[in-house]
Design a protein around this ligand. Structure first.
Ligand SMILES: NC(=O)c1ccc[n+]([C@@H]2O[C@H](COP(=O)([O-])OP(=O)(O)OC[C@H]3O[C@@H](n4cnc5c(N)ncnc54)[C@H](O)[C@@H]3O)[C@@H](O)[C@H]2O)c1
Length: 260
């Protein structure tokens, strides 16, 4: 029987693939047989991740908030890959503040990277695929905060609800063309983003970082902090033929924090 999780021959672009969840997605896609181009602001770190990959790969500089940058980076990536049929729009940022203190700049920063960044990457990829007739697959990185509001992260949560709404709408439009669009909704994942958030949250709530981390574990039925690989393996599933009849989904990967 053919391995329905096998991604051999698939050509992927992963935004925000230099670190954290994105780097784990890159490594997991590579292990599953895909060739990957990492598109990230931090191209030096992207190059060091590419150097580890068994199928080779590419690193391109991108700012996902700027249309010209996404178009340029995707053109370079597709040239290097010799094609393109899988997009993981994963780049994201967060800041933490009580809702009443969020500034216009913080609101825009979160929306520019998290919502506009996904919109631009998805639109530029699908324009290409529709022109070529490619039946591509998109996996966006949303969040637990795309399903339920998050204290101190109202702007971030709003930007991730936008990602989920966009994902569902695009999935409905593109289903007749055979293009699938899903998103993953991770919980409390051990990355540099989480390290920053734990320090901010501890400060804002008058707790120690250790107490904040312990609270994340207590809130998680499966009883540990999430690893980037926990997310990446589900992305491989969503990229593969094993999920061929799934589109418009927001898959919770939260150790049971969210159960619908
Ligand atoms: N860590 C968590 O607990 C968690 C939970 C749910 C969802 N997420 C989401 O997962 C994704 C990855 O988060 P992470 O925790 O790995 O974060 P991270 O900060 O460790 O890595 C983010 C990556 O995105 C890149 N990036 C940031 N802004 C960019 C831009 N404008 N253009 C291109 N690249 C840019 C960074 O250089 C970095 O490589 C994000 O969308 C985040 O919102 C994270």
């Amino acid at each position: 029987m053919a391995d329905i999780f096998d991604l051999t021959g698939r050509k992927a672009i992963v935004t925000g693939g230099s670190k954290g969840i994105g780097a784990a997605i890159v490594r997991a896609l590579d292990r599953a047989g895909a060739t990957v181009a990492i598109a990230d602001l931090d191209v030096m770190t992207a190059q060091s991740v590419v150097a580890e990959l068994k199928n080779g790969g590419f690193a391109v500089e991108i700012d996902v908030t700027k249309r010209e940058s996404v178009e340029h980076a995707f053109n370079l990536a597709v040239e290097g890959l010799g094609g393109f049929d899988l997009l993981c729009a994963n780049a994201g940022v967060s800041t933490m503040k009580p809702a009443i203190d969020i500034t216009d700049e913080e609101w825009d920063f979160n929306f520019d990277v998290n919502a506009r960044g996904v919109f631009l990457a998805n639109q530029i990829a699908t324009r290409r695929w529709l022109a070529e007739g490619t039946k591509g697959v998109i996996v966006n990185t949303a969040s637990l905060a795309a399903k339920v509001g998050a204290p101190l992260l109202a702007h971030y949560s709003a930007s991730k609800f936008a990602v989920f709404g966009w994902t569902q709408s695009l999935a409905r439009e593109l289903a007749p063309k055979g293009i699938r669009v899903n998103c993953v909704c991770p919980g409390f994942v051990k990355t540099s983003m989480q390290e920053r958030e734990i320090v901010w949250e501890a400060e804002l709530r008058g707790m120690t970082p250790e107490a904040v981390r312990a609270e994340y574990v207590t809130m998680t039925p499966l009883g540990r902090i999430e690893e980037p690989e926990d997310v990446a393996d589900v992305v491989v599933f969503l990229a593969s033929d094993a999920s061929r009849f799934m589109t418009g989904q927001g898959i919770n990967i939260t150790g049971g924090v969210r159960m619908d």
